[in-house]
Ligand binder design. Sequence first.
Ligand SMILES: C[S@@+](CC[C@H](N)C(=O)[O-])C[C@H]1O[C@@H](n2cnc3c(N)ncnc32)[C@H](O)[C@@H]1O
Length: 241
Amino acid sequence: MHKLYITAPNLLEEAEALAGITNCFTICNDIPKEDIFLRLGEDGLAVITPHFKPLYIGDIYNKVHLRKNNLAKELLINAIKVKPNSEILIIDATAGLGKDSVLLGLYGYRVLMFERNPFLATIIYYAMNNKIIPSDNLKLIFTNSLDYFKANSNIAPYAIYLDPMFKKQEKSLAKKDMQIIQLLTKDDKNVDAELFKLAYPLCNKLIIKRDSKQSALVTTPLPTYSKQGKTIRYDVYVNNI
Ligand SMILES: C[S@@+](CC[C@H](N)C(=O)[O-])C[C@H]1O[C@@H](n2cnc3c(N)ncnc32)[C@H](O)[C@@H]1O
């Protein structure tokens, strides 16, 4: 079990609701000895680790808000290439901190997020619940996408989006939020090719984010089209279902 440390007894009820999202955290009143834990205080929820300064959830999404006036220019939205309405369901099967989902939701798509890491799922839930991110069109499920797709093969979203973890080639450090995702998921087994196989038949478009220097996630099929940015690329696999 992971630790959720509360700095004052009056935060217990809020902490219980947070712990209940994943059932992977025990609540404690003393500073945990673990290398990484969540801290809920009067100043909000933060990720605590000796690897860097406390990371407040309220600070993670600042830059996403700055992008909301230019959504039509977002590369991911250009890759999806369909007018938004509430019928258009996009599944973000590797939600991470949910930043890409926030942009998709703001643009007007209905977004279902899957995240298997308990820290990250709790962070997204906290951000939605405390209106740090707009959550009107967003729903989060704490699950392994592989298991979800296996158990729900009748689901028919317009698009499924995968943003698999990749190691940066450069020596420069990744951005702070990416560092936290890397730290939290460093021991996870990646099943991205398997995820591709399961997800592709379920949707009209499967969209995979790649570093621009990376090859496609799978050797076949080839992407139907790609949207190339400066440092990243979206490979889109159209499925005429
Ligand atoms: C690179 S991050 C995604 C970042 C995200 N696009 C964002 O905007 O914050 C990849 C995430 O996918 C999650 N992930 C990887 N495989 C998964 C799976 N099979 N099911 C659910 N989540 C998965 C990891 O835990 C990690 O949080």
